[in-house]
Design a protein around this ligand. Structure first.
Ligand SMILES: Nc1ncnc2c1ncn2[C@@H]1O[C@H](COP(=O)(O)OP(=O)(O)O)[C@@H](O)[C@H]1O
Ligand SMILES: [Mg+2]
Length: 237
C-alpha cells in the first residue's frame, strides 16, 4: 500500500527486484534448482525456511509502504534484507539507485548512520544508557556534540510523550514506553528512510491511537520514505 506519490526524479529510494531470503545450508542451491518457483512446504522438507519469497517493489521519497502479514510471514526478514542486517539469498536491492548488495562494510555503516532510521520490533535499547542517552546515541555516533545531541534527544523525548522519564533506564520503563524510546531514537537523526518494524506492537490500542503522532510529525517535518510492517491482528485494531 502506498500513499503520497511525490517522485521528482523517478529514482525510487528503495527498489527491490525479485528478492529472496531462504534460511538453511542448501538455500542457494535449492533456489537455483527451483527456477524462482519457491514453495515453502517443499523447501521446509528439504531443511530450508523461506523468509522472503520473490519480493519486488519500489518506494519513492514521500511515500509510505506498509507490509502486512501474519507472524512468521517474513516482515522483519524483509526489513533486515533492505538494511542489509542480513544478506538476501538472491535478488537485487537498490537504495537511491545504488546497489546495496555490492556495498562494502564501510559504505554500509555510512548508509545506516546517515540515511536509515530503524524501529526494531524488539526495541533493541542499550540497557546501561538512560532514555535520553539512548536517543542521543546515534547522533553522537554521527559526530554531533554532546550539547546538541542531548537537546535534540530531549525534543524527541517530548514528541513521544516521555518527558520526565528522560533519566530512567530501559528496565524502569514499560514495554510500550521502551517502544516509544525506540521510535524517538530512530527519528533523532532525521533519516531519509524510516524502517518501522511493528512499531506500535507494545502499545495498547487507545494509547497507540494517540501515539501515532510521531508518524504525522515525521511526515510534516522530514522528507523521507517509510517502510512499515504490521501484524495482521494489530492492523485490524
Ligand atoms: N535467523 C533465522 N534463521 C532461520 N529462520 C529464520 C531466521 N529469522 C527468521 N527465520 C524464519 O523466517 C520466517 C519469517 O520470520 P520473520 O521475518 O521474523 O517474520 P515476521 O516478522 O513476519 O513475524 C519465520 O519462519 C522464521 O522462523
Ligand atoms: Mg517480525
Amino acid at each position: 500500500m502506498s500513499e503520497t506519490l511525490d517522485n521528482p526524479n523517478n529514482t525510487p529510494v528503495i527498489k527491490c527486484e525479485s528478492v529472496y531470503k531462504i534460511f538453511g545450508n542448501n538455500a542457494l542451491k535449492l533456489l537455483e534448482n527451483s527456477n524462482g518457483q519457491v514453495d515453502a512446504k517443499t523447501f521446509q522438507e528439504a531443511g530450508c525456511i523461506v523468509g522472503v519469497n520473490n519480493a519486488s517493489f519500489g518506494v519513492n521519497k514521500g511515500e509510505m509502504m506498509v507490509v502486512m502479514g501474519l507472524s512468521g510471514s517474513g516482515k522483519s526478514t524483509l526489513l533486515r534484507c533492505i538494511s542489509r542486517l542480513t544478506d538476501a539469498t538472491a535478488g537485487k536491492i537498490f537504495i537511491d539507485g545504488e546497489d546495496l548488495l555490492s556495498m562494502n562494510s564501510k559504505q554500509l555503516i555510512e548508509l545506516r548512520r546517515n540515511k536509515m532510521g530503524m524501529v526494531f520490533q524488539s526495541f533493541a535499547l542499550l540497557p546501561h544508557k538512560t532514555v535520553i542517552e539512548n536517543i542521543a546515541f546515534p547522533l553522537q555516533v554521527k559526530g554531533t556534540n554532546t550539547r546538541d545531541s542531548m537537546a535534540k534527544a530531549l525534543e524527541m523525548v517530548e514528541l513521544v510523550g516521555l518527558k520526565g522519564r528522560e533519566n530512567y533506564f530501559p528496565r524502569e520503563l514499560s514495554g510500550g514506553q521502551q517502544q516509544r524510546v525506540g521510535i524517538a531514537r530512530s527519528l533523532a537523526v532525521e533519516p531519509d528512510i524510516w524502517f518501522l518494524d511493528e512499531p506500535f506492537s507494545a502499545l495498547d490500542p487507545l494509547i497507540r491511537k494517540g501515539k501515532i503522532f510521531p508518524l504525522s510529525w515525521a511526515s510534516k517535518n522530514l522528507s523521507m520514505c517509510k517502510l512499515k510492517t504490521l501484524g495482521v491482528w494489530k492492523a485490524l485494531l
